[in-house]
Design a protein around this ligand. Structure first.
Ligand code: GLU
Length: 601
């Protein structure tokens, strides 16, 4: 069958403006309404984009010494100040996260969890830290089932205390800072403390999300009094919002480290909030808080072209699935095909389906069951499965493969529901260190429970609500102390032993597609980070081939349908924030589908 490429599918010519760091900052700040005009109406599930992904509408940002890119301008500016004043990437990470929890409370915060990839220039070592939320010890595998053993409706599970896992982000910040921080811990909280005390303007995106989530967000009186005015009307864009409770929490963290958060007054407040949510109480305990531990995990890496693409292993499925997609595509010359070729999208779509089939079958918290990490990325396993892609049409049947297992265990396919919120940021400092961090409270506004000025996560709903299917166990079933499988894929692609691309995205399980596609765009198609981010998304998670609506990729829909894919046009709200490290300096990109910016010097 002839494959006809639509004439102007994607821009081919890089649009790179080389500008000095100072000019860069001025340019961004001077762009009218950059912080507000790009996001209009958002719906909460999924946290949707607003159709602003006009390719080339944002200048490329380049810098020499350091760079930071994240989803909110206030967080980026706070992080940039740290880097400008001699702080390193870990210092900036602490400040960015504390600020994001304030100005982007729907997406991440100290009531949630995160994965950190950190490249330390001095030791030349890449470390991954797992700050994932953890299931309370009193959580039973049937927590998200009704009395008949049927899965609860998603939001009946999410809203309230039931979905809250032990938060991991504060412990991750502390562990990372103790290992690699340079400025004093205390000082890193000042920007967020000042902003919480003096107030910040509610962004258009935040206002839209509060409004579209009104009913759920007003169930908790504390969240209601914060996100709504005295008449119960959702806060509107531009409202000056102060958060004295968050100020107090941050002051405590700044002074006492995480002692009170995990073992003292803050822990008590969190546990009381979860258990007292009388309409849907949870089982989190003081012991769960006290027992929380950040886990260092081995990075999961895959060879792709001349890069070693590294990311977060289990409990995330991110690096394994992105790695499988890239590994399956390695034998095919995507560079020669180019982004205009429908065959590129056939290959990417089917490689994704194959990888997602394995993901659903095998990936979960490897502390609780044997995950065949090495087997899933084994070169001969991937080469064999890659041969399935050699045809000319979409695969008729896709099923999980049989990777070499370290342990015999029979599993069936997963049923977790993941809806996107979350945030990703990337930082490179003047010392050559790099941070890639994806951070989440899971659904938009998490469990909708607010305590101490921050939102509590609903990460437990990333577990499969069912434990078995036809009597066969599901890898990602809930268990006490287990961490729910994630899709978050903070990534550092190494070249010749040092970081070359630092990237990641929110987006629920679509994260995997966003990250894989943007890596292919940068590595195979010679796109800059901003061009890669601007490209329309095409994401296949082993279901429909989702094509970003309102973009030039819509013209691919009939072509992909003719190849045999089930297609659907939909909003695809990534939040990719990427930095490329080249011999000529740093090149950054921020996702126009959210509010982010890049600052560098
Ligand atoms: N909770 C999801 C995960 O850990 C992330 C959700 C999102 O990106 O919005 O994979």
């Amino acid at each position: 069958m002839p494959l006809i490429a639509p004439a102007s599918l994607f821009p081919t010519k890089p649009h790179i403006q080389i500008i000095s760091a100072l000019a860069t900052i001025t340019l961004i700040a001077a762009t009218p309404g950059y912080a507000t005009a790009q996001q209009t109406t958002d719906s909460i599930a999924p946290e949707s984009s607003t159709g602003n992904s006009t390719p080339g509408s944002r200048a490329e940002v380049r810098a020499k010494d350091w760079m930071i890119t994240a989803a909110n301008p206030l967080a980026v500016k706070a992080g940039a100040d740290i880097l400008r004043n001699g702080g390193n990437a870990i210092d900036a990470m602490v400040t960015v996260q504390t600020m994001l929890g304030l100005v982007e409370p729907q997406s991440s915060g100290i009531g949630g969890g995160a994965f950190l990839l950190y490249y330390d220039a001095r030791s030349k070592k890449l470390t991954t830290l797992d700050g994932r939320e953890t299931a309370p010890m009193d959580a039973t595998p049937t927590l998200f089932q009704d009395e008949n053993g049927e899965p609860l409706d998603f939001y009946d599970a999410v809203v309230g205390g039931r979905s809250v896992g032990t938060p991991g982000t504060p412990a991750l910040l502390k562990a990372a800072h103790e290992n690699w921080g340079q400025l004093s811990w205390n000082s890193l909280f000042t920007p967020a403390i000042e902003t919480a005390t003096n107030g910040f303007e509610v962004s258009e995106r935040l206002a839209g999300l509060i409004s579209s989530d009104s009913e759920k967000l007003s169930r908790d009186p504390v969240a209601k009094s914060y996100f709504f005015d005295q008449d119960g009307v959702p806060l509107i864009t531009g409202t000056l919002l102060k958060n004295p409770e968050y100020t107090a929490t941050l002051r405590d963290l700044a002074t006492n480290g995480t002692a009170n958060f995990y073992n003292g007054t803050i822990a008590k407040d969190i546990v009381a909030k979860v258990r007292d949510a009388h309409w849907n109480p949870g089982v989190l305990s003081l012991q769960d808080m006290a027992n929380y531990r950040v886990k260092e995990r081995a990075p999961v890496c895959v060879d792709y072209r001349e890069y070693d693409v590294c990311g977060m292993g289990p409990p995330s499925s991110g690096a394994l699935t992105v790695g499988q997609i890239l590994g399956l595509l390695e034998p095919y010359d995507l560079a020669a095909l180019g982004p205009q070729s429908p065959d590129s999208w056939r290959l990417i779509g089917d490689a994704s389906r194959l990888a997602f089939a394995d993901r659903g079958r095998y990936m979960a918290d490897s502390d609780f069951l044997p995950v065949p990490v090495a087997g899933l990325l084994d070169k001969s396993y991937l080469a064999e499965r890659s041969k399935l892609l050699a045809g000319e049409t979409a695969l008729e049947d896709v099923s999980p493969g049989a990777p070499a297992f370290s342990h015999a265990m029979r599993l069936t396919d997963d049923e977790a529901i993941e809806l996107p919120s979350t945030s990703h940021f990337s930082i490179v400092d003047i010392y050559g260190n790099a941070v890639s961090m994806t951070t989440t409270i899971e659904n938009g506004f998490g469990s909708r429970l607010m305590v101490g000025g921050f939102m509590l996560n609903n990460e437990m709903t990333d577990f499969s609500f069912r434990t078995h299917s036809d009597g066969v166990p599901i890898a990602n079933a809930l268990a006490p102390g287990k961490r729910p499988r994630s899709s978050m894929a903070p990534t550092i692609a190494m070249k010749d032993g040092t970081p070359a691309i630092v990237t990641g995205s929110p987006g629920g399980s679509r994260i995997i597609g966003y990250v894989a596609q943007s890596l292919i765009a940068m590595i195979d198609w010679d796109k800059s980070p901003q061009e890669a981010i601007d490209m329309p998304h095409l994401v296949n998670r082993f279901g429909t081939y989702d094509i970003e609506e309102g973009t030039s990729a819509e013209s691919l829909e009939p072509v992909l349908a003719a190849l045999g894919f089930k297609t659907s046009l939909r909003d695809l709200n990534s939040g990719i924030h990427a930095i490329m490290i080249t011999d000529d300096g740093l090149i950054g990109g921020a996702d126009l589908r959210r509010e982010g910016i890049v600052i560098g010097q």
